[in-house]
Write a protein that binds this ligand. Structure first.
Ligand code: AMP
Length: 403
């Protein structure tokens, strides 16, 4: 049962609120859930407690605050001890800009600074602040105990040669136009777990972390620090994703704007919501669909081929950044953790780097299992490690108040 110092972790999207109550010492998630379709007529909530799953409709057009109030007043009403055990609240904040790298106590001043970053992350930071406001309303006694953990934070170590675009330097100096990188909380967790797995200090770890979910990014980690990552100014750069295009020729957008007379919003929708696996396959952004159909559907096959081709190119390039000291490649995220197909197709291309796939191990590593998927003879190791961003946020939040 819960000890008296649990952390509520909140991760908000524009129409969703993910929550979990975590015991940061046992690392156990005691209660977790997701409110979806917020702001819409079909707003709903689902949660998991003690291995059992529940769900309920929310009042039509419920807000983030309504959803969190449902958590405190309805769900937690049945578990008063658990409710009282919450000592602090950790928030995933997408963009910290150049100002915030470390976990930060949320004050009105910090909210004001994060609001200034809205234009850098218009799809994410406003939703994150809605989550903060919701937590302040639903847990007024913990108002001084809200901590922001930034998804850009782990990439604060990117050197200038990795974060600068070859654009006029004044654009960086005046407007902060540079590569920031995202998924930092996940890449940090993966680095930490890989160091543990290899029995070496994080500061000696050299690896490539592949976070392959609906959003996807890859990070080169040298001496435990991020030295390059595939997402850039926004999470649209880099790998092929569910609906985001990843790397494209920037001049293409000028051409398309002229040719199709696209508005700013239409252009944003094109590259963020209609591209990637969905755009190429013409059917689905869901990797399970691609996996089930690529043998008979040529568009799914090409989507898979582009996905693998670009991922392999990034891995090859990042391996060259690690000065001959590659300890491991790790796959995580919904696709990285579950798709033996992606891991097999990628590792079969990496024999020149000395990787040798163990297909039995690869087949065994799915549905939350972690493990090595290369043979004993393989020059470098590849692992599957399920990510746990909520745990990182809970641990940082606890550490913040322990310090
Ligand atoms: P995430 O954003 O990390 O939740 O990952 C979502 C992606 O993981 C979606 O594209 C899913 O289709 C994919 N995924 C989940 N389970 C599997 C599976 N068993 N095989 C292939 N892809 C999967």
């Amino acid at each position: 049962m819960s000890k008296q110092h649990n952390i509520l972790v909140i991760n908000c999207g524009s129409s969703s609120l993910k929550f979990s109550i975590i015991d940061p010492h046992s690392e156990e998630s005691l209660l977790s859930g997701l409110a979806e379709c917020l702001g819409l007529a079909e707003a709903k909530i689902s949660w998991k407690y003690a291995g059992e799953k529940f769900n309920a409709p929310l009042a039509p057009h419920s807000t983030h605050t309504d959803a969190l109030t449902f958590v405190t007043d309805k769900i937690l009403a049945d578990y008063p001890q658990l409710k009282e055990s919450i000592q602090a609240i950790g928030h995933r904040i997408t963009h910290g800009g150049e100002k915030y790298h470390q976990p930060t106590l949320i004050t009105e001043e910090v909210i004001g600074e994060v609001e200034k970053l809205f234009e850098l992350a218009p799809l994410h930071n406003p939703a994150n602040i809605m989550g903060v406001r919701a937590a302040q309303t639903a847990f007024p006694h913990l108002k001084a105990k809200n901590v922001a953990v930034f998804d850009t934070g782990f990439h604060a170590t990117l050197p200038a040669h990795a974060y600068l675009y070859p654009l006029p330097i004044s654009l960086y100096e005046q407007y902060g136009i540079r590569r920031y990188g995202f998924h930092g909380i996940s890449h940090y967790y993966i680095a930490y777990k890989t160091a543990e797995q290899l029995g070496k200090p994080l500061s000696d770890l050299n690896m490539i972390s592949c976070h392959l979910g609906n959003g996807a990014s890859i990070t080169a980690i040298k001496n435990g620090e991020s030295i390059d990552t595939s997402m850039g100014f926004t999470p649209c750069e880099g790998l092929v994703m569910g609906t985001r295009c990843g790397d494209i020729d920037p001049a293409l957008l000028i051409y398309l704007k002229q040719k199709l007379d696209l508005s700013t919003e239409e252009t944003s929708n094109l590259i963020n919501k209609q591209s990637g696996l969905l755009g190429l396959s013409g059917s689905s952004s869901d990797f399970r669909y691609i996996t089930e159909h690529y043998e008979q559907d040529k568009n799914c096959r090409i989507a898979l081929e582009v996905y693998i081709h670009r991922l392999v190119k990034y891995i090859g390039a990042y391996a060259m950044l690690l000065d001959n000291q590659l300890d491991a490649i790790v796959f995580t995220g919904g696709i990285g953790e579950n798709s033996e197909l992606v891991r097999r197709l990628v590792l079969e291309k990496l024999t020149i780097l000395g990787f040798e796939l163990d297909q039995q191990r690869n087949l065994a590593a799915r549905f939350g299992n972690s493990g090595e998927i290369t043979t004993e003879k393989s020059l470098h190791s590849a692992y599957v490690i399920p990510t746990n961003e909520e745990l990182v946020i809970a641990k940082y939040t606890t550490a913040f108040f322990a310090a």
